[in-house]
Design a protein around this ligand. Structure first.
Ligand code: G3P
Ligand code: CA
Length: 253
């Protein structure tokens, strides 16, 4: 199993500081440093020219001034897409970042991150190109930085782990899908962490995962009281939209 991450418990800013800036943008990630939040989470997919782009949805509709899919676009098109105005006029001109830009920012600001590989519905060839591009781009990460690579798709995560076994991987689980299967899947993937959803999570399951030697990072937890309860159960980290409201020692962990 790849080594567990060095620090815990930790707060992971979900899609960056996503209640203070447009999600999954460099502005949202930069704010992590300003608020003393060491870890952030972001989502990746692939453009037609092999560029890894940072976006959650499979269309541009919700978080940009464009509509439709983006798999046919290239890096040059990103300069024409406004990914900030939907959130607030002060963020006009913010772009969808590329993975190399995010890695450069992590290196510059001393931030660590959970990279989630998306693209569940674009076909096997697209998925293979995406994981290969992520593995390639991560070689630019400074050695002192930490990254954890996760996906809801264990097949895609396995493909990534085969290509780049040096990076720790984590299995994202929705309770209704995988509740009884996290153990064998995580074993097959050599995963160092399980990322369960908050809904339906029990102390017993957290204990079992921790007994397997893995971290447990829960999504999405937006209450300090609930986070404290989870940390009391042995949870090692939480994804949150409101990192700015949580205690400073959790943010810097
Ligand atoms: O990685 C935790 C969380 O980001 C998973 O759900 O839909 O926000 O990507 P989603
Ligand atoms: Ca995500």
């Amino acid at each position: 199993m790849a080594p567990a991450l060095r620090r815990s418990p930790r707060v992971i800013a979900h899609r960056g500081m996503s209640t203070l800036a447009p999600e999954n943008t460099l502005a949202a990630f930069r704010l992590c440093a300003e608020h003393g939040v060491r870890w952030f989470e972001f989502d990746c997919d692939l453009l037609a020219d092999g560029t890894v782009v940072v976006i959650h949805d499979d269309t541009l509709d919700r978080t940009t001034d464009h509509t439709g899919g983006y798999h046919a676009l290239t890096a040059a098109d990103l300069g024409l897409i406004d990914a900030g105005s939907w959130f607030g006029a002060g963020f006009a001109g913010e772009r969808l970042p590329t993975l190399p830009q995010v890695i450069a920012l992590m290196n510059e600001l001393g931030l660590d991150a959970n990279l989630e590989i998306k693209s569940l519905g674009a076909g096997a060839a697209h998925a293979r190109r995406l994981v290969a591009a992520v593995a390639h781009d991560l070689t630019a990460l400074a050695p002192e930085r930490e990254v954890l690579v996760s996906s809801f798709n264990p097949v895609l995560l396995g493909e990534f782990h085969r290509l780049a076994p040096q990076w720790p991987v984590a299995c994202l689980f929705e309770d209704r899908w995988w509740a009884g299967m996290w153990g064998p899947i995580a074993d097959l993937l050599d995963a160092c962490a399980i990322h369960p959803e908050l809904e339906g999570l029990t102390e017993k399951r957290v204990r079992r995962i921790r007994e397997s030697g893995r971290d447990v990072n829960v999504w999405t937890v937006n209450s300090e009281e609930r986070a404290a309860e989870l940390f009391g159960w042995g949870v090692t980290g939480i994804f949150t939209d409101v990192a700015q409201d949580l205690p400073g020692d959790w943010r810097s962990a």
